[in-house]
Design a protein around this ligand. Structure first.
Ligand SMILES: [Zn+2]
Length: 315
């Protein structure tokens, strides 16, 4: 199915605002009983998130009843504080994430640990796994989807076969997974989550990043192959985690000094810790390895001594 065909196959009260890779997609579920928004994007894009929500495909001047997050990474909850200021609505997060948000654990939530920007927000309600919720006049089952994020939920509507997958499943892969040296449970959990999703009758996936898609079997297959590659090589999964994080920060900043990279990877927690546990390199050598791989895969270019995102990665 083409992208417009997929969009028109969704129930009319369900709207997907497909964002770039810095901000997660926002899913709006409209109902006379109260509108619900799932995920709020990255903090730098909060003005655009508010504009989309208030715009023609959004809710105009109506109230938002509820803001839900699939998980609490910065690209999914970055608009939470701005939305609460505008609409005064309660925020619901997965039950397993709530204590991390309450104590604002910047390491577990990958905020300062990954050098990501975020505005603090409060949790009003918790969503346990295996609970059912009616949002947008549709029944959604909250299912635990640990792996990329160990507390993440996905939301499944059996009637229409719709999965709101967050970062647990994308059309081509899933959100980066911590290497076994940091969390030995993460990769096995990723595999178990993909297997669990394979048991559901899913017709359309609304991922956290990228367009909604219908080739679910193909996506599950690609995810399984990526997991197998990570299982076979613990340095590959560690390099992948660091490259994804560096790319994310670069999309936020748009340029970073190449000369500052050794000090950067020595200062920011995730690089420092993975280097100590997995790579055992000098900071200069680690920086060279990561930037070199991103350059070779044409994700970045070096311009006047700065690393910049390649054109097709520009946010
Ligand atoms: Zn994530």
């Amino acid at each position: 199915m083409s992208v417009p065909a997929i969009a028109s196959a969704l129930p009319p009260q369900l709207h997907v605002f497909v964002r770039d890779w810095l901000s997660a997609n926002n899913i709006l579920l409209k109902s006379r009983d109260g509108h619900v928004l799932i995920d709020s994007g990255y903090v730098r894009h909060a003005p655009l998130t508010l504009a989309l929500l208030a715009g023609a495909r959004g809710i105009g001047h109506e109230q938002l009843a509820f803001l839900v997050n699939t998980h609490c990474h910065s690209d999914h909850v970055g608009g939470n504080a701005a939305i609460v200021r505008r609409y005064g609505c309660p925020v619901a997060v997965p039950a397993a994430e709530a204590p991390l948000v309450e104590r604002w654990d910047g390491k577990a939530l990958l905020y300062d640990y990954c050098d990501q920007q975020i505005e603090r927000f409060a949790v009003d309600r918790v969503l346990p796994a295996d609970t059912t919720h009616v949002w947008g006049d549709l029944e959604w089952r909250a299912l635990a989807a640990p792996g990329h994020d160990m507390g993440a939920l996905v939301f499944y509507n059996a009637e229409h076969g719709i999965l709101i997958s967050g970062d647990a499943l994308w059309e081509h892969g899933f959100g980066f997974v911590m290497p076994p040296a940091i969390d030995p449970a993460a990769l096995p959990a990723t595999r178990a989550t993909i297997d669990m999703l394979g048991t559901l009758d899913i017709r359309i996936v609304i991922p956290g990043h990228g367009e909604p898609f219908t080739d679910v079997a193909g996506a599950l297959d690609r995810a399984r192959r990526r997991i197998a590659a990570f299982e076979a090589d613990s340095l590959r999964i560690a390099r992948h985690a660091l490259k994804v994080n560096l790319m994310f920060v670069l999309l936020d900043r748009q340029r970073m000094s190449l000369a500052d990279m050794p000090a950067y990877v020595d200062r920011v927690g995730i690089y420092r810790e993975l280097n100590a546990l997995c790579f055992h390199l000098t900071p200069a050598r680690l920086a060279e390895l990561l930037v070199g791989e991103l350059e070779r895969s044409r994700a970045v270019r070096i311009v006047d001594g700065d690393i910049v995102p390649a054109a097709d990665h520009a946010g």
